[in-house]
Design a protein around this ligand. Structure first.
Ligand SMILES: Cc1cc2nc3c(=O)[nH]c(=O)nc-3n(C[C@H](O)[C@H](O)[C@H](O)COP(=O)(O)OP(=O)(O)OC[C@H]3O[C@@H](n4cnc5c(N)ncnc54)[C@H](O)[C@@H]3O)c2cc1C
Length: 474
């Protein structure tokens, strides 16, 4: 066969669809175990929801996933294995919150000047969420005590019953929109608790130095998939959007325009919504399809404003802003580790993303810069560069940071999240256990899917393989 024909008709033990962290991890794990693998990626780049913006001088910042904390052991181990180092997120000075148009500066987790009643109300709500979250097992949220009750309500209906002050509700709304990229009324309470517990706790999820935003990666998080891919030159094929997955008696045929791969197993490492858009032959069982019909992606547009220097630091400000009504819900100082140039990242999420997605890019830029200027003064309105990544528009992502569950999903169809169907196994951060939804969840899911396949061939159990793994979380 000619080389061109070789490229059109490929064979492997396993075909992996999607070269985000999950697909790359599955490929690497299977290759290390002696499997031949083909990894098919629709884009011309790897990394999916991890993407860099080049600042020049060998520096880059993140337009996608970025932060990790002390409990993020899976992504930290993967980064270390390819020589990517972490550094502390800038977290000195006062924070800003803009609540219903009023600007407050504060230190600590909460702006106490909004008043003691609000502070007490918010504090008791966080304690209750924390306690409830601990009752939801990340490996099977549908098995939580009271799972049906937790899954029958939205986070908003819970808030209405468990808080009394409008400002505490506004803060919780801000947290949901910034962290889950959805409105409280979209989210199953069970999902909120599941994500919080899988991440390391609710308070941990919202804290910076004491939480999951504690570190960033030198050169940007996207350098992790770039380096993983560099070690898989034989396996990876980019520009190969998969459209069809056909299961035969003892093989699976995965194809797109102009090529096909025959393999013994397939790993689909896509966001849940996109996994549901592939054509399966024979059609998947109804329970899996009902599941993929019900897990939408969150809404987020990440904007970066680049300045000659991080001028806010000289004013004693951390660069962190939260806002309940403005064009973005949260902003961070996302400058490189040496503080040059100064970079602010604004996360246009949830209801803000839905509203701003309807604007033109130049209208969005104007809106975000106005919001930054309200927080940091007129200098913030004059960046030397501005870039946005609209993840809603991205054909091979379609929203982020991750898929979320509306009420009823996990208790009705949760089992379909990870259960293999014939020769097809499922990966992607949404199916991770450790830090589901984050980079760690993607790594965790890729390793689990690979182990499922190795276990089928070796007769060992997935649990045995996981226990024998020297870097279980890595
Ligand atoms: C703005 C933003 C901020 C975030 N912040 C953080 C953070 O601070 N910390 C954190 O830990 N996580 C964060 N995340 C989440 C994190 O980036 C993701 O959880 C993780 O990268 C998901 O990896 P994945 O491999 O599961 O999916 P993806 O990265 O989505 O990978 C799927 C891959 O499949 C490809 N693909 C899609 N369709 C097809 C097809 N038909 N055929 C072939 N290939 C296809 C895609 O191009 C992509 O490369 C953030 C995400 C975003 C977008």
């Amino acid at each position: 066969m000619s080389q061109a024909a070789d490229e059109r008709r490929m064979e492997a033990d396993v075909v992996v669809v999607g070269a985000g962290l999950a697909g790359l991890t599955a490929t690497r794990t299977l290759k290390d175990a002696g499997y031949t693998v083909r990894l098919l990626e629709a884009r011309e780049r790897v990394g999916g929801r991890l993407k860099g913006f080049d600042l020049g001088d060998g520096k880059a910042v993140d337009l996608g996933g970025e932060y990790f904390g002390d409990k993020s052991t899976a992504i930290a181990a993967t980064a270390a294995s390819v020589g990517v180092r972490g550094f502390r997120t800038y977290d000195e000075g006062r924070r800003i919150t803009v609540l219903d148009g009023r600007r407050y500066e504060y230190t600590g987790l909460f702006p106490w000047r909004v008043g003691p009643a609000t502070l007490a109300d918010f504090g008791q709500a966080v304690l209750r969420i924390e306690r409830l979250a601990r009752s939801v097992p990340p490996e099977a949220p549908w098995r939580a005590p009271n799972a049906r009750w937790l899954d029958s309500q939205t986070f908003w209906s819970w808030c209405r019953r468990n808080t009394v002050t409008p400002a505490a509700r506004a803060f919780l709304t801000m947290v949901m929109e910034a962290g889950y990229c959805a409105s409280p009324a979209d989210l199953s309470l069970l999902h909120v608790l599941y994500y919080a517990n899988a991440s390391g706790g609710f308070r941990y999820l919202v804290e910076v130095s004491g939480g999951i935003q504690r570190y960033r990666f030198e050169g940007g998080a996207h350098s992790i998939p770039d380096r993983l891919a560099a070690r898989l030159p034989e396996e990876l094929r980019t520009g190969a959007a998969v459209r069809r997955v056909e299961q035969r008696a003892d093989s699976v045929l995965v194809s797109g325009t102009g090529y096909e791969v025959r393999a013994r197993y397939a790993v689909i490492a896509l966001p849940v919504t996109l996994a549901g858009r592939l054509v399966y032959e024979p059609a998947l069982p109804g329970t899996r399809d009902q599941f993929t019909q019900r897990m939408p992606a969150g809404a987020a547009i990440k904007c970066l404003a680049v300045y000659d220097e991080p001028f806010w630091r000289a004013d004693g400000l951390s660069g962190q802003v939260t806002s309940n009504r403005g064009p973005f819900r949260v902003a961070f100082d996302t400058s490189p580790s040496d503080g040059s140039p100064g970079v602010l990242s604004a996360f246009v999420t949830g209801s803000a993303a839905r509203a701003l997605a309807r604007l033109t890019p130049s209208e969005r830029r104007a809106a975000v810069l106005t919001g930054l200027a309200e927080a940091f003064g007129p200098q913030a309105a004059r960046p030397r560069a501005f870039v946005e990544q609209n993840w809603l528009d991205a054909e091979f992502t379609r929203g982020c940071y991750h898929g979320f569950a509306p009420p009823g999903l996990y208790t009705a169809y949760g089992q379909a999240l990870r259960t293999p169907i014939g020769l097809i196994h499922w990966a992607g951060t949404e199916s991770g256990v450790h830090q589901m939804g984050s980079m760690g969840g993607a790594v965790d899911s890729g390793r689990r899917a690979a182990r499922e396949i190795i276990a089928r061939d070796s007769g060992e159990s997935v649990r045995q393989l996981a226990a024998a793994d020297p870097v279980r979380r890595g």
